[in-house]
Design a protein around this ligand. Structure first.
Ligand SMILES: Cc1ncc(COP(=O)(O)O)c(C=O)c1O
Length: 383
């Protein structure tokens, strides 16, 4: 076994979930998904495809019609992106891994803005790259990127800058000026930007259809790879489908890498994705509205608890909050499960910068579950 694999930490969220085994009364908010199933019109498209016998291998880069539909979808939100810049992948996490395989090898330096979903930093480590962590700072009730410090960290030795915005777990969202500054800096150092924008549509500013994207300001040939997923905006976590937007020259490299990783995404899942994109305008804004309702149900309840600190997330599915005097998030998350039947993710699962915090996924079909969860937390804290 390679040492780096031996040393990979296990999932701390799973560790908390395991503490709930045998209990039927736990309200679980630990994973990054809603309890609402995928919309029926999407499920039906997959069923039809299976009934029609679409059960064979397919193109490495995805069905041509899906790449065309993604090109139209992405271009409806951002400046035009051709189908030649799109690779369909078997999940967002696979898209991230393929991107890392393409860009960062043993000994390369990868700078990551953290805390962040742990898969992003584990992947370059698995490939033997050296990960440098750049922590967001929590000041005055909000998460902030210290841009000058990040620019000092990203040098001409840095192969990749990894940024996830809207961010899991903090909800922090990169601003346009910060994006411009990072793009200019990375152009100067020759660094690739890998932008994880899987939550771009889950953005609560009603004036715009999505969070600021690097695609809005970059040229097609910039060293930029943007990673997306069907999981969050279309409630398709279990389907495992994502896509990559890359510079045109990288298409053949991604085709090879997909061949050697998964060969292709299942055709019936891609048919479901085609239905999802066709129904996006009718479905996504309503989902985002409901998620905003969830956020606005939970956040004021957390904020009203003495000793609780929380930034209002601009996007994403999560409330990330700290409780005064509680600095061991894993122990606290386990106690919450055992003593109160409340399932949250420990902040330390997102790196040492998340220690002392808890992540609550507020995507819930029934906001009453959030009210019940908040009551359980209040009772646990004897408030
Ligand atoms: C920041 C971030 N990126 C990527 C993903 C991957 O999504 P999926 O593999 O379900 O497409 C997730 C899932 O939680 C995530 O939080």
């Amino acid at each position: 076994m390679r040492q780096v694999i031996d040393e990979l930490p296990g999932s701390k969220i799973r560790e908390v979930a395991n503490a709930a085994l045998g209990r039927g009364d736990v309200l679980a908010f630990w994973f990054g998904e809603s309890d609402e199933p995928t919309p029926e019109f999407i499920r039906e498209a997959a069923t039809r495809s299976i009934v029609d016998g679409e059960t064979f291998y397919s193109h490495n880069l995805g069905l041509p019609e899906l790449r065309e539909a993604l090109s139209r979808y992405v271009s409806s939100l951002h400046p035009s992106v051709g189908a030649d810049r799109i690779a369909v992948t078997s999940s967002g996490v696979s898209a991230l891994m393929l991107t890392m395989q393409a860009l960062a090898g043993a000994g390369d330096e990868v700078v990551a803005v953290v805390p962040v979903w742990p898969n992003l930093t584990a992947q370059p480590a698995i490939l033997g790259a050296h990960v440098v962590r750049h922590p967001l700072q929590f000041h005055g009730g909000r998460w902030k990127l210290e841009l000058d410090a990040l620019k000092t960290r990203v040098t001409d030795r840095t192969r990749v800058l990894l940024v996830n915005s809207p961010n899991n777990p903090t909800g922090w969202t990169l601003g346009r000026d910060e994006q411009r500054a990072l793009l200019a800096h990375c152009r100067a150092t020759g660094t690739w930007i890998v932008a994880d924008e899987v939550y771009e549509r889950i953005h609560f500013d009603a004036a715009v259809p999505c969070a600021p994207s690097f695609l809005d300001i970059a040229e097609p040939d910039d060293r930029l790879v943007v990673v997306h997923s069907f999981s969050k905006s279309f409630l398709m976590t279990g389907w495992r489908l994502g896509w990559i937007v890359h510079p045109p020259a990288l298409g053949p490299a991604f085709a090879k890498l997909i061949e050697f990783n998964t060969s292709c995404a299942p055709v019936f899942v891609q048919r479901a994705a085609l239905a999802a994109l066709a129904g996006a305008d009718a479905f996504v804004p309503g989902l985002v509205d409901r998620l905003k309702g969830c956020r606005d149900t939970l956040l004021p309840r957390l904020a009203a608890m003495p000793g609780v600190t929380c930034a209002v997330p601009a996007g994403g599915l999560y409330a990330f909050f700290a409780i005064e005097g509680q600095d061991d998030s894993l122990a606290l998350a386990k106690r919450l499960v055992v003593e109160s039947g409340l399932g949250l993710a420990p902040g330390v699962a997102f790196g040492p910068e998340g220690e002392g915090w808890l992540r609550w996924c507020f995507a819930s079909r029934d906001p009453a579950r959030l009210v019940d969860g908040a009551d359980r937390l209040r009772r646990f804290l004897h408030l």
